[in-house]
Write a new protein. Structure first.
Length: 299
C-alpha cells in the first residue's frame, strides 16, 4: 500500500511537471520529441514571392513614369510653342491691293507700245539763301536721273471708218503715233551730291531740289527722244505688229496704213510742270550721256 501510494504520487508529480512545461512551451507536450519546423518555410517563400512581385510592380511603374516624362519633355516644347503662337498677338504683313493694279493694266492694254527710249542725265539744281540783297548761303544738289519714254499707237482711238473690208481684202489705217508715257526710274536714279555750302548756311531743300531735277529730266528726255525719231520708229514697228496680229486671223490680203505724227510731246494729262524758272541759267540741267532707242520684241 505504501509502495503504490508512492508510485501514484510520483506519477502525479510527473504529470504536474509535464502540464507546467506544456503551458510554458505553447501547449506542446514535453514528452513528445519536437521535430524541425518545416511548416515555416512556405510562409517565408510566400513572403519572398510577394516582395518580388511588389518590386517588379514598382519597377514597372517607375519605368512607365520615366517614359511619360521623356515624352512630355520632348513634345511639351512643341505644345507650349503652339499654344504661345496661338495666344501671341501678331501683326500680319502689309498687303497690297492688286485689284487697282489689274484695272490699270486692263485700261492700258489698248495702247500698243512699239518703241522705248531711255536716257540717263546728270541734273544740277541749287537754291540760294539771301539776307536782303546779299547771298549768305547756297545749297546745291547733283541728281543722276534715269528717264524713260514709251511711244506707240493708241488702238482705242481706232474707228470703224478706219477699217475697210472689200471681199477678202482688208485695209486698216492706224492712228498717228504719240508719246504714251514718260517717267523717271527711281530705282536707278539717285542723288549723287548734296551740299549746303559754307557752315551749312544754305537752305535745307533737298526734296524740292530733287523733285525739280526729276521734272526737268522728263522734259529733256522727251525732247531728246523726239529729236532721235522715236515716233517714226514707233510708226514703222506698229505697222509690222498689227500686220502680224491680223495675219493670224486668216485674212488673205491685208494692208496696214500709218499716219504721220501730229506732235511729239507728252499728253497734256501727263505733262509735268517743270519749274525751270526756279533755277538760275548756270544751274540748268544738261544731258551728258548719249541717248539710246530700243524697241520691244515683236510677237
Amino acid at each position: 500500500m505504501g509502495l503504490n501510494r508512492g508510485l501514484n504520487q510520483t506519477e502525479a508529480e510527473r504529470r504536474r511537471k509535464n502540464q507546467h512545461w506544456t503551458q510554458q512551451n505553447g501547449g506542446v507536450d514535453g514528452r513528445i520529441e519536437q521535430p524541425a519546423q518545416p511548416a515555416k518555410e512556405p510562409a517565408r517563400s510566400r513572403k519572398a514571392g510577394s516582395g518580388l512581385l511588389s518590386n517588379l510592380a514598382l519597377l514597372t511603374i517607375g519605368s512607365l513614369v520615366t517614359v511619360g516624362l521623356l515624352l512630355t519633355w520632348r513634345t511639351g516644347g512643341e505644345v507650349f510653342g503652339r499654344l504661345w503662337a496661338t495666344l501671341k498677338v501678331s501683326e500680319p504683313p502689309a498687303k497690297v491691293d492688286l485689284r487697282s493694279l489689274v484695272v490699270q493694266q486692263v485700261r492700258g492694254a489698248s495702247e500698243l507700245t512699239t518703241a522705248v527710249y531711255s536716257m540717263e542725265s546728270v541734273v544740277p539744281a541749287s537754291r540760294e539763301r539771301k539776307l536782303g540783297d546779299y547771298v549768305i548761303g547756297k545749297t546745291t544738289l547733283l541728281y543722276i536721273a534715269h528717264g524713260e519714254v514709251r511711244a506707240g499707237v493708241d488702238l482705242a482711238a481706232l474707228q470703224p471708218s478706219d477699217v475697210q473690208v472689200v471681199g477678202e481684202s482688208v485695209t486698216v489705217r492706224l492712228p498717228p503715233p504719240q508719246i504714251l508715257d514718260s517717267k523717271i526710274d527711281v530705282n536707278r536714279s539717285k542723288v549723287y551730291d548734296y551740299d549746303r555750302g559754307f557752315m551749312g548756311l544754305g537752305p535745307d531743300v533737298a526734296p524740292e531740289l530733287q523733285e525739280l531735277a526729276q521734272r526737268e529730266t522728263l522734259g529733256k528726255v522727251v525732247e531728246a527722244a523726239c529729236l532721235d525719231g522715236i515716233l517714226q520708229t514707233a510708226n514703222e514697228r506698229a505697222k509690222l505688229t498689227v500686220a502680224q496680229l491680223l495675219g493670224t486671223a486668216g485674212y488673205a490680203q491685208l494692208t496696214v496704213q500709218t499716219q504721220a505724227a501730229t506732235s511729239c510731246q507728252v499728253p497734256i494729262a501727263q505733262t509735268p510742270a517743270a519749274q525751270t524758272s526756279d533755277l538760275p541759267p548756270s544751274d540748268r540741267p544738261g544731258v551728258l550721256p548719249s541717248p539710246a532707242v530700243s524697241s520691244p520684241a515683236l510677237p
